[in-house]
Write a protein that binds this ligand. Sequence first.
Ligand SMILES: *Cc1c(COP(=O)(O)O)cnc(C)c1O
Length: 378
Amino acid sequence: MLAVKFRRQVEFLNLKRVNQQHQNEIAKTMTQVLSSGTYIRGEATRVFENKFAEYIGVKHCIGVGNGLDALRLIIRAYICLGKLKKGDSILIPHNTFIASVLAAVEEGLVPILVPPNPDTHGIDTHQLQAFMKENTKAIMPVHLYGLACFSEQLQAFIDQHNLLVIEDNAQAVGATYQGRKTGALGHAAGVSFYPTKNLGALGDGGAVLTDDPELAKMVRILSNYGSEEKYLHQYKGINSRLDEVQAAVLTVKLKYLNAHNHFRNVVAQCYMREIKNPFIALPTLLEDRKHVWHLFVVRSPYRDELQQYLQQNRVNTLIHYPTLISEQEAFKELKDQYCPTTAKLQGEILSLPMSPVIYLEDVEYVVGLLNAFRPSLR
Ligand SMILES: *Cc1c(COP(=O)(O)O)cnc(C)c1O
């Protein structure tokens, strides 16, 4: 085995380095916010909302507190507008982060967990019909790991059943499907600017994207205590706003998003080209879409052993996600939605180090380890 005693750790993601690249610009813009005297819903937020809407290719962007709230606000707004009602069901991929499901449940929708396609990790379009119910009114495609989860079959299914499409675009900002960006593929999208995301703030942040002016207006009202005019409350809203500091930082980081995503792609191509091991399956690439590699997820039937081996050789990896939503204590009511496909996938997935600041030398080191990996006989 390779000598690793004095080798530096290969971190999964060094966030400090991601942001320190832009230290001067970030410090400058934060100082400007400081001296502006406006800290919520001012010029910095307006500027960011416009730039981000333009980047994605939608008409409206509303900055909100985080990605979970973005999804919640979309659903709540549709309920206020009479397009959804409490008790309606929504199709959601089973293998997503808990926020997707939590948003639906918190707003009174009934989640129907649909198995993923094990190759793409996206919702399995072929199984949608079997999961449809009479009261299914919406679908939440999750562009998991940075790959657009969309297809002509999915669009046809959506059209056939007249479903509202609420994209969870927390992991795929900058990704495309047939030339269009994720976040502009459905009726509305929720985005997260959690620091580890491809476009990350220095704290919590999120956004709602849509072309629908009515929905945009309602989300803006609901995110600000249900109030359009100060101290007059038409709806029972929440307090979930993007603050000026985060908006200003995000405007700086948006300028570098394409470069960051490009570097992620360089790293991914290196992994794709060089990892050659029959015990490790690589992610699937699709021609009509651009992956932004929020996570680089391989699969192995010997995953636990592989992860341990990498850890022993100073390489950090993670599992996204280690516990099925239907197995979470918080979701006892979803226990009967246990899904063997998701469970099998959960046991095989492993996220390799990936970031816009990883050293290519470290990538080569990880590749070497992966190619040398052999499961022990059992
Ligand atoms: C991060 C994430 C969210 C939630 O975003 P927060 O800003 O942390 O609330 C939702 N869905 C997915 C798939 C995510 O990865």
